[in-house]
Design a protein around this ligand. Structure first.
Ligand SMILES: C[S@@+](CC[C@H](N)C(=O)[O-])C[C@H]1O[C@@H](n2cnc3c(N)ncnc32)[C@H](O)[C@@H]1O
Length: 410
């Protein structure tokens, strides 16, 4: 741990922002909180989350979460004093009263003697010498109905990074300012076909010195394939929920859906589908997902359109309330034939995950207000579009991360 701690004292991550004013206006939109809530707990009635742990909070994440969730008590822990002191500065700048910070390793989080409704741990567990010990420690402080939001590195998509890590080791590159500057210049001359090139083009701060050090000179980093994520969770008594952005893992989304393999993929169980799509895409660099205690009472893996007899009610979809994901955009220019708009989720890095919509689908889309349920929305557009087509469109919107459902009344 000391190597990792020393690393983050020298290179606090992310690059410390001076303030979080840009987030204040975003967080005024209550839809952001509701969408995050129902991503974690689709079938609970929306309520403010009470206790949130941000584990390995870095320079700013805990302050941002405390701003976003003013009614929650937020606890941030990290092993890096430098990162915590940046967070304290933000806390002062924004007068954040609902945040408590501790220099404490995740492995010893039980010493807080507190349990949490929500645990956020992104970009951290893959840096632990024993990620299993870390995840078990987090599970043990999660309340039975609590939810975790985890992000760990993805193995295949990082292969270019591992090549460059080996390259830096061969050359004995260290992390002084001059070495990082020279490394950054050398990477700008990288052949465009190099497996690292696509990572660099989708990560806007990749060439920032601290981000570069984090990616290429880190003393400790594990990465996971989709089946390895599932196996790791199993060993830790943790149940997988969903990918926060699920479209990149689904064979029903994007270019793969139009290939001769779409039907074959569709016959596999969901975890195998996701494993296959990760291999097909090749450049997924992180796995960001929700997870729950295996012994707790929280959400089961959930498909809102599952109409098997075992699902809770026959017409359960009637009661689903769709909400637009706030970081999606609707483009109405330079459209493909037959489309009146194209929907984009800005969190997606794969260009084939755009979703064209026609005139009738556009009417359904504009009826989404976060209040009306699907029966009301479909009913209001019944003359223009059949129930079957409307439902298949809502399923697509969900698969493409354009909407999240509040299923609390199902
Ligand atoms: C890549 S940064 C991620 C920061 C933040 N979670 C985010 O997403 O912006 C990793 C952070 O985890 C912290 N960290 C590493 N090992 C840790 C451990 N065992 N316990 C607590 N924090 C740790 C580091 O100090 C660093 O601040």
């Amino acid at each position: 741990m000391t190597d990792v701690r020393g690393f983050y004292e020298r290179h606090p991550y992310p690059a410390p922002p001076k303030d979080l004013h840009h987030l204040e206006s975003l967080y005024r939109d209550p839809m952001r909180r509701r969408v995050m809530f129902h991503t974690l707990w689709p079938s609970l009635t929306y309520q403010a989350v009470r206790m949130i742990l941000v584990a390995g909070c870095g320079t700013s994440q805990a302050a941002a979460i405390a701003l976003r969730e003013p009614e929650a008590r937020v606890v941030g822990i990290d092993i890096s004093e430098a990162s915590l002191s940046h967070t304290q500065k933000l806390q002062k700048t924004h007068g954040i009263a609902n945040l408590e910070l501790h220099r404490l390793p995740i492995e010893r989080v039980g010493e807080l003697n507190q349990n949490f409704d929500q645990i956020i741990c992104t970009g951290v567990l893959h840096h632990l010498s024993d990620p299993e010990q870390g995840l078990k420690a987090l599970r043990d402080v999660l309340k039975p109905h609590g939810a975790m939001q985890l992000m760990v590195y993805a193995f295949y998509g990082r292969s270019g990074l591992y090549m460059l890590q080996d390259y830096c080791r061969l050359l004995g590159i260290g992390s002084s300012d001059q070495e990082l500057q020279q490394l950054s210049e050398t990477l700008q001359a990288l052949p465009p076909q190099h497996p690292l090139a696509s990572v660099m083009s989708t990560s806007k701060d990749f060439l920032h010195p601290d981000a570069l050090a984090d990616a290429l000179l880190h003393p400790q980093d594990h990465a996971y394939t989709v089946p390895q994520v599932q196996a790791w969770l199993d060993r830790c008594g943790v149940r997988f929920g969903r990918w926060v952005d699920q479209a990149p893992y689904l064979p029903q989304c994007g270019a793969l859906a139009a290939t001769p393999h779409a039907a074959l993929l569709g016959r596999l169980p969901a975890p195998a589908q996701h494993a296959a799509v990760e291999l097909w895409r090749g450049t997924i660099t992180k796995h960001h997902f929700t997870a729950y205690r295996q012994d707790g009472g929280a959400e089961l893996p959930w498909d809102p359109f599952d109409s098997k007899p075992s699902s809770r009610r026959r017409h359960h979809w009637h009661h689903l309330i769709p909400m637009r994901v706030p970081w999606t955009v609707t483009v109405r220019e330079r459209l493909p034939a037959g489309a009146v708009a194209v929907l984009i989720n800005r969190a997606h890095t794969f260009p084939d995950l755009i979703l064209p919509v026609d005139k009738d689908q556009d009417r359904l889309l504009s009826a989404i207000d976060g209040e009306r349920n699907l029966a009301e929305i479909v009913g209001s557009c019944a003359t223009a579009i059949s129930e079957k087509r409307a439902l298949s469109f809502f399923k697509k919107l969900w698969q493409y991360d354009q909407v999240v459902f509040d299923a609390s009344l199902v």
